[in-house]
Design a protein around this ligand. Structure first.
Ligand code: ZN
Length: 512
């Protein structure tokens, strides 16, 4: 208020005086303004510079699929490894739901239809890979991630061209067209392809690193073509480790003619770890699908010992994923299955089933009702952005939705408010959390140069006020925290002297 008076008085004075006086008084006034104490400099709001700081956090999605892994398979592995009251690693994810696995016709699914549903959000017929029931090619979450600049990878301990990995990057009417699927996986330029099934990549007369010759009838050597296209080709654990250490951007790893023989080398956990280390170099983030593919095979054979061993190997791969995700923002991890296999049942009383013992010696027994897939729901465990939507019982297509949400609407934090102000002027800043997740409230922590840290509650929005007494450039940081994600936004604020803005209008007014 005082300075406004000052300015009008000065203007009037200048207006009534002669030219010479005007010139002298202008210098005098300028000098006076320069010497004015900063604290008295208050003349309305400083000009607003619209400036918004947004965190463009990378998106990371890791989907673990235990093929054929129903609740009994998980319980059997748990009882055998950590006992009746123990927990597998995959049991520790904070959100749990149920996936209904049936195919488009409502019948018992196969791995092709189930993987297509999870990869594309559309249920289809058994046997179809990445195609709708009418044969229309469907866009997959892997392709959508790729289109957004994310690195993408597929890992399995079965052949790479097998149904589950295939459905994420290939489109064929038959899951058994493995030579064509192998061609499509490479044509899709999936950055990391690790698994078995070398023979689908080699021509019939060619033997690669494993005894069986190739199965391709088109004479193409896809491994040679991959190397030509910039892939690093590896066939053992040491080669994979070297490729990861040497920052190879694209890696094709084929570790067997068909499925990886037990004991699997590299382990599914090692494959997962290296895939993540290669993919995570992409600043935009990555999508990775890891399949524990041989649980299903063990259950088709009604072999409980192998089913338990493979489920535990799969759990170790989940552990590798969680070790990477620990403390990392914006990383969605989902652990689920495509269907149950074998109708496995567990009992603590001896019913003539296959006998096992818990670590404390308590016996338990495994029986089977079929050597095929069943229609029972499978568990879904999740953590990270949008994982709160994994609660409940839903169709397997919902798993696609969760990933698509994380991919296309990853949470962001927008910080707005003044960027340019005068010392002593109270400033209000607003943080906007977008989009609102299902988990509220959000806690906001504000830290700024020369200010005491401040915590404010809020839903999608929260505000905080600050006043800086002195000129200078300050940093304001706000951190929004939900159980699923932590995001930070930052901006710089410049506080400057008022005389500068007073002087300019004065000159403009006196210009001829
Ligand atoms: Zn199966």
């Amino acid at each position: 208020m005082g300075s406004v008076l000052w300015r009008s008085t000065v203007s009037n004075l200048v207006g009534v005086c002669g030219d010479r006086v005007k010139h002298i008084s202008r210098l005098w006034i300028l000098l006076a303004f320069c010497l004015m104490p900063v604290s008295s400099a208050r003349a309305g709001r400083a000009p607003e510079i619209p400036l918004t700081t947004t965190t463009g956090a990378p998106v990371r999605i890791i989907l673990f699929i235990g093929d054929g892994m129903g609740t009994a398979q998980r319980a059997a592995a748990q009882w055998a490894a950590v006992g009746f009251n123990g927990r597998l690693v995959m049991d520790t994810l904070p959100v749990t739901g149920w996936s209904r696995t049936s195919n488009v016709a409502g019948g018992v699914t196969d791995s092709a239809a189930a993987a297509t549903a999870m990869a594309t959000g559309v249920k289809t017929e058994n046997g179809k890979i990445g195609l709708g029931p009418d044969g229309t090619p469907l866009s997959t979450i892997l392709e959508q991630a790729q289109a957004r600049g994310l690195a993408v990878g597929l890992v399995t301990n079965t052949p790479l061209a097998h149904a589950t990995p295939a459905a994420f990057a290939a489109h064929t009417g038959s899951r058994y067209a493995m030579a064509e699927i192998a061609r499509q996986l490479l044509a899709a330029r999936v950055d990391v392809l690790l698994g078995g099934g070398e023979n689908a990549f080699l021509p019939q007369w060619w033997t690669g690193h494993y005894p069986e010759p190739g199965t391709r009838t088109d004479g193409r050597n896809l491994i040679a073509e991959a190397v030509e296209a910039g892939y690093t080709y590896v066939w053992d654990a040491a080669g994979l480790q070297a490729a990861a250490l040497m920052h190879a951007p694209r890696v094709l790893g084929l570790f067997a003619d068909e499925e990886l023989p037990r004991p699997q080398t590299p382990t599914l956990a090692a494959l997962t770890e290296h895939a993540i280390s290669i993919l995570s170099r992409r600043p935009e983030g990555f999508f990775l699908m890891v399949e524990g593919g041989q649980i299903d095979w063990a259950c088709h054979a009604n072999d409980a010992a192998l089913a338990i061993g493979d489920t535990l190997a799969f759990d170790a791969a989940v552990a590798a994923g969680l070790r990477y995700a620990a403390g990392l923002e914006n990383t969605l991890v989902i652990v689920t299955s495509d269907h149950e296999t074998g109708g496995m049942a567990l009992s603590l009383s001896n019913n003539g089933g296959q006998a096992f013992a818990m670590p404390d010696g308590t016996p338990f027994y495994v029986t089977w009702t079929t050597d095929d897939h069943t229609d029972t729901n499978v568990l879904v465990n999740a953590q990270g952005p949008w994982s709160s939507l994994a609660t409940g019982i839903y169709e397997n297509t919902h798993i696609y939705t969760l990933m698509a949400m994380a991919l296309t609407a990853s949470p962001e934090l927008i910080l707005d408010g003044s960027s340019l102000a005068y010392p002593g002027e109270p400033l209000t800043f607003a943080a906007h959390f977008n989009p609102i997740t299902a988990t509220l409230p959000i806690s906001y922590l504000w830290t700024a140069t020369g200010q005491t840290p401040l915590t404010t509650p809020g839903g999608a929005h929260s505000t905080a006020g600050f006043t800086w007494p002195l000129t200078g450039t300050y940093t304001l940081t706000v951190t929004a925290r939900t159980p699923e994600v932590t995001l930070t936004a930052r901006r710089f604020i410049m506080l400057r002297h008022q005389w500068y803005t007073l002087y300019l209008p004065l000159i403009q007014k006196r210009a001829p």
